[in-house]
Ligand binder design. Structure first.
Ligand code: PGA
Length: 237
């Protein structure tokens, strides 16, 4: 495991973009994440693209997850988030950007996503971490999931994500998420952590027991885990 500590969010976003850029070349596959943490990295990628330093032609992306019940056009959907924060602002072919469709039948959509993922090798998978240690929407559980599946969101995740909705009751109660086995199969994992409220879970995930009760703890076993954080999130390690 490599850990890069940065003095603030802006610097960690630049550091994360540097690491992701090492993988950006024609025909690469990037595993992407939503949430607040990667937004600064996406802005930095856009800045480099606008400066003529990055080319996203022939790049494929696969996202971790999506809320069940939201159409791709819904402003709260993760498809919308990705379009707004990255895809609409770079020269990527949208046909090569994959996010589960939350408005499709979840079972069929999971099958479709599993077929897609079995045909690809992810070069770098970007991850955030939930306060409960979730990665994607793999919530604490009795076992590590292998494949893409539909999950019921935990009350703590609904509470954390309600900041993006008008009220907690508007947050969808379920989601489709890539399985931990599929995340783990990426050649490299880029875990982004920011803010002091993540410090405790970061310590437990990276140095505590490996258990599906803390889904991110499995990342300790990955052969190429890169953690990029700010000092606040890394303050306990
Ligand atoms: P955040 O979400 O980046 O908004 O903190 C991370 C996550 O829940 O995986």
């Amino acid at each position: 495991m490599k850990i890069y500590s940065n003095d603030n969010y802006e610097h960690m976003s630049i550091c994360a973009a540097d690491i992701l850029c090492e993988a950006i070349r024609p025909n690469c596959v990037l595993g992407l994440a939503t949430g607040s943490t990667p937004v600064g990295m996406y802005s930095e990628l856009i800045r480099r693209y606008e400066a003529g330093k990055l080319d996203f032609r022939n790049v494929t992306t696969v996202n971790l997850d999506e809320y069940v019940g939201l159409r791709p056009s819904n402003e709260q959907s993760y498809r919308h988030f990705m379009n707004e924060h990255l895809f609409d602002r770079i020269n990527i072919d949208k046909e090569r950007t994959f996010v589960p469709d939350g408005s499709s039948d979840p079972e069929l959509e999971c099958k479709k996503y599993n077929d897609l993922l079995s045909s690809l090798t992810i070069d770098v998978q970007v991850l955030g971490i939930g306060h409960n240690g979730h990665i994607g929407f793999n919530e604490p559980s009795d076992e590590f999931s292998k494949l893409t599946h539909a999950v019921r969101l935990s009350p703590s995740t609904i509470k954390a994500n309600s900041r993006f909705f008008a009220s907690p009751s508007d947050v969808p109660i379920s989601a489709i998420t890539m399985g931990i086995g599929q995340i783990f199969a990426a050649k490299r994992i880029l875990l982004l952590v920011s803010g002091k409220e993540k410090a405790e879970i970061v310590e437990r995930a990276l140095f505590g027991p490996i258990t599906p009760k803390v889904p991110a703890s499995v990342l300790q076993l990955h052969g190429d885990l890169v953690v990029v954080g700010d000092e606040a999130a890394l303050s306990r390690i």
